[in-house]
Write a protein that binds this ligand. Structure first.
Ligand SMILES: Nc1ncnc2c1ncn2[C@@H]1O[C@H](COP(=O)(O)OP(=O)(O)OP(=O)(O)O)[C@@H](O)[C@H]1O
Ligand SMILES: [Mg+2]
Length: 251
């Protein structure tokens, strides 16, 4: 399988707390990999270092054979990596539609002349982004919420919106941090369905999730980490039955 993301010997400490301990893994094109492990295992930290939100102490990360180690988050996003946050990070006082529009890679307002005087090209980008955003909302059944404030959505709808914002950037690799935690079964199924369709669209996913049934449903491969280390890797079945994994959860 074609290699997309390569994480080599990454270390990250926070004032003596080990968050990543010589962590290495590889992600191929068009695959969904589950990243599981107990609270505090270092899963979100791994996303933070991949996306440049936190710099690693040592190690190397390459994406599509470009070194992205220690690059700024906006540069890494432009390379084609997008993420959701465990704490959602929506702009709550903006509409659902505007939250999605902000996530597109091509933004008409980025050049100074467009701030004062919108040219034809900028207007085209703006209406194309709006068309794509409305399609994302329609495809997931919440187009009637387009002009509502993000704050007024239910928690499950906010989780969905956060995923749609991640999809809007059209990244090749999506890092999803607990996208179905704390939401109702119908919304879980909707979000899992969206995730399972992504490889067909040329995308890869790393899915952090505590719900092992959901992980088994959508992931062919799972990585189990604990205290910053990769402890086990394999099919969901193999990892679930690995004595090292059972022991880590019983500790
Ligand atoms: N910015 C930070 N500053 C200090 N310590 C941090 C920071 N981020 C994470 N940590 C610590 O690093 C360790 C790994 O945290 P991380 O958030 O990556 O775990 P996690 O596997 O995502 O856990 P959870 O399942 O609870 O979300 C924890 O001990 C945490 O307290
Ligand atoms: Mg976390």
């Amino acid at each position: 399988m074609d290699n997309l993301l390569k994480i080599q010997n990454c270390n990250k400490h926070f004032n003596g707390i080990i968050a990543l301990d010589d962590f290495s893994c590889e992600i191929s094109k068009n695959e969904i990999v589950g990243l599981i492990g107990p609270n505090g295992a270092g899963k979100s930290t791994l996303f933070n270092v991949i996306t440049g939100f936190i710099s690693i102490d040592s190690g190397q990360i390459t994406f599509n054979n470009h070194t992205i180690t220690k690059k700024a988050p906006n540069k890494i996003n432009k390379f084609g990596i997008s993420r959701t946050f465990q704490g959602l990070r929506l702009i709550r006082q903006m509409t659902v539609l505007d939250n999605i529009l902000l996530s597109f890679k091509k933004q008409p307002g980025e050049h100074l002349e467009n701030v004062f005087f919108k040219n034809k090209k900028a207007k085209e980008i703006e209406s194309e982004n709006k068309r794509k955003a409305l399609k994302l909302l329609k495809d997931t059944g919440i187009e009637d919420k387009a002009n509502d404030l993000a704050d007024d959505l239910s928690y499950g709808q906010q989780k969905l919106l956060s995923l749609l914002c991640c999809l809007a950037s059209d990244a090749e690799l999506l890092l999803l941090d607990e996208p179905i935690a704390g939401i109702n079964p119908a919304m879980i199924e909707k979000i899992l369905f969206i995730i399972t369709e992504l490889p067909k669209k040329g995308k890869s996913v790393i899915l952090i999730e505590h719900n092992m049934d959901a992980v088994s449903q959508v992931c062919e491969r799972v990585i189990f980490m604990d205290t910053g280390k990769k402890i086990s890797e394999g099919t969901p079945e193999e990892v679930r039955n690995d004595p090292k994994v059972i022991e880590a959860y019983l500790e």
